[in-house]
Design a protein around this ligand. Structure first.
Ligand code: ATP
Ligand code: MG
Length: 333
């Protein structure tokens, strides 16, 4: 309402300077369109009506009150834990849609942080709503646990490095002679510590996770992590995607109940491989930042901030990969 009046005032002011009524209406329409159509790309959100409490690598977190958060998934992309200066258009919407899809599919295994109340209830300004449309959620404000829960079905990434060095992942022994990207005999739970922005997360043993979380909570997180992974991996396989590994975050509510938070089974938090291109012995292409990582490896960049600019083609191909992952998983865009 308020915005409508502003926009009318604006058009009237222009009209007073001599633009015809037709032009005034046209300008008014354009202003309305700009306000009500979400921008395709969002690097940093700016919501003046709520206090910003955290800008993560990808998400901007606002406090609604003591119990609720408004979480905006931007188009920022981090590689090697450095936030790059170029956003990937539409990435935030893809991550939000894919997470919501999985949260619902896992709801019988574990509650999640989503609160089913309309955005308009908390963002009354249409221009602010439009800015974050399709990429903002209302979530319960929970006590985030300082351990990230990683499930691995295949031997890749830091797991592969660990195995080559020690014959185990996070202290869990594996058969000798496994190739890179080999399917593991059983999915593994391999926790890591959650590091501050700019510092790499670090793999820890299950015993260390128990020390941080307590035995009971660690066991509960391990069990539900593996249950979610198994279900998701089986589903994704029917869509031609292998989930090599994935990372979950958990929070505790007032009553000490475990709740899934942050994002779930997205191309940012997981390695998705196209099943038809998979073979052990090589690192298969994945539906994530592969283009960006490959490009960055060609540069003389020491992988510390600030990150380099990306060429237009890398940005376009990366955006396309994110959309393709969503399309394959959900069958639509
Ligand atoms: N429901 C919730 N309650 C409390 N904190 C939450 C909730 N959902 C997400 N968070 C926290 O909000 C932040 C979101 O930021 P973002 O996803 O950008 O990640 P980050 O912390 O920079 O790093 P990472 O790459 O490890 O996810 C995370 O710190 C996450 O733990
Ligand atoms: Mg996160």
């Amino acid at each position: 309402m308020i915005a409508r009046r502003d926009e009318k005032d604006n058009a009237q002011a222009i009209g007073a300077r001599g633009i015809s009524g037709y032009d005034g209406r046209l300008i008014s329409c354009l202003v309305t369109a700009a306000m009500l159509h979400p921008p395709e790309t969002l690097y940093e959100s700016r919501l003046d009506s709520l206090p910003l409490i955290y800008r993560g690598k990808v998400r901007d977190v606002y406090a609604i009150d003591t119990d609720l958060l408004l979480i905006v998934t931007t188009d920022r992309l981090s590689a090697f834990d450095v936030i790059l200066p170029d956003p990937i258009p539409g990435k935030g919407q893809v991550l939000t849609t894919v997470s919501n899809f999985w949260f619902e599919r896992m709801a019988d295994l574990i509650p999640n942080h989503l609160v089913d109340r309309p955005l308009a209830e908390f963002l009354t300004d249409p221009a602010e709503r439009s800015q974050v449309m399709g990429r903002a959620i209302v979530a319960r404000r929970l006590r985030a646990q300082p351990v990230e829960a990683i499930a691995r079905g295949y031997l890749i990434g830091s797991g592969w490095k660990d195995y080559q060095r020690t014959g185990a992942i996070c202290g869990l022994p594996l058969p000798a002679g496994l190739a890179q990207a080999a399917e593991l005999p059983e999915p593994l739970f391999t926790p890591s510590t959650k590091a501050q922005v700019g510092i790499h997360d670090e793999n820890i043993t299950y015993a260390e996770a128990e020390q941080i979380l307590g035995g009971e909570l660690a066991a509960q997180i391990r069990e539900v992590t593996l249950a979610i992974y198994r279900r998701a991996a089986a589903f994704a396989k029917t869509r031609g995607i292998l989930i090599a590994d994935t990372k979950f975050e958990f929070g505790l509510d007032e009553a000490g109940r475990l709740v899934l938070i942050d994002e779930l089974l997205t191309p940012d938090s997981s390695r998705f491989w196209p099943a038809d291109q998979y073979r052990p012995g090589i690192s298969p292409p994945s539906f994530d930042k592969q283009f960006v990582r490959d490009y960055l490896e060609t540069l003389d960049w020491d992988k510390t901030a600030p990150g380099p600019r990306l060429p237009e083609t890398v940005i376009r191909q990366t955006a396309e990969k994110y959309r393709e992952a969503q399309k394959r998983l959900m069958g639509s865009l």
